[in-house]
Write a protein that binds this ligand. Structure first.
Ligand SMILES: Cc1cc2nc3c(=O)[nH]c(=O)nc-3n(C[C@H](O)[C@H](O)[C@H](O)COP(=O)(O)O)c2cc1C
Length: 149
């Protein structure tokens, strides 16, 4: 069974959380074992990332970039990988983000996470609370990730 991680930050309204849950739903429907982790609640253990087959990263736009909790994960991942690369290299990944109307985090999101492997699908964007169309795209991303795991 494929192991899929949905690692996201959501703190203000739950907008990014709704998107993350839809990605997780799609991945579960496709038969994956899914871990859903909000970096606002937990610091994700970069060692656990070694066992992940595919991953989705989701962030709110904070000052035109990713949320600090996700940056902490990237820092932890980088340091763990310097010690031992096994399981921390190339993985299929998907991206999603929400913003308050300004929405300039796409560049930093794709830039930071581009180093994690090969992107699956397009980056999904939501202005404020996700619409049904956005949630449908998130579910499809979850299914697609499993197909690439
Ligand atoms: C600290 C902070 C900085 C933000 N900066 C921006 C910004 O630069 N551009 C923008 O469009 N929205 C910005 N927002 C709005 C959030 O990106 C938006 O409300 C998002 O949907 C919140 O996601 P969440 O409900 O999952 O926490 C900011 C919100 C916070 C709390």
């Amino acid at each position: 069974m494929a192991s899929v991680l949905v690692l996201y930050h959501s703190q203000e309204y739950g907008n990014t959380k709704q998107m993350a849950e839809a990605v997780a739903e799609g991945a579960s429907e496709a038969g994956a074992d899914v871990a859903l982790v909000n970096t606002n609640e937990h610091r994700y253990d970069a060692e656990a990332y070694r066992d992940v087959d595919a991953v989705a990263f989701g962030s709110p736009d904070y000052f035109g970039t990713i949320a600090g909790g996700l940056k902490v994960f990237l820092d932890d991942w980088y340091i763990a990988r310097k010690k031992d690369r096994r399981g921390l290299g190339d993985k299929p990944f998907g991206l999603f983000y929400s913003h308050g109307g300004g929405g300039s985090a796409r560049g930093p999101l794709e830039g930071f996470f581009g180093r994690m492997g090969t992107q699956v699908g397009e980056t999904i964007e939501s202005s404020g609370a996700p619409s049904e169309a956005v949630l449908t795209a998130c579910r499809a991303l979850g299914r697609e990730l499993v197909g690439n795991a």
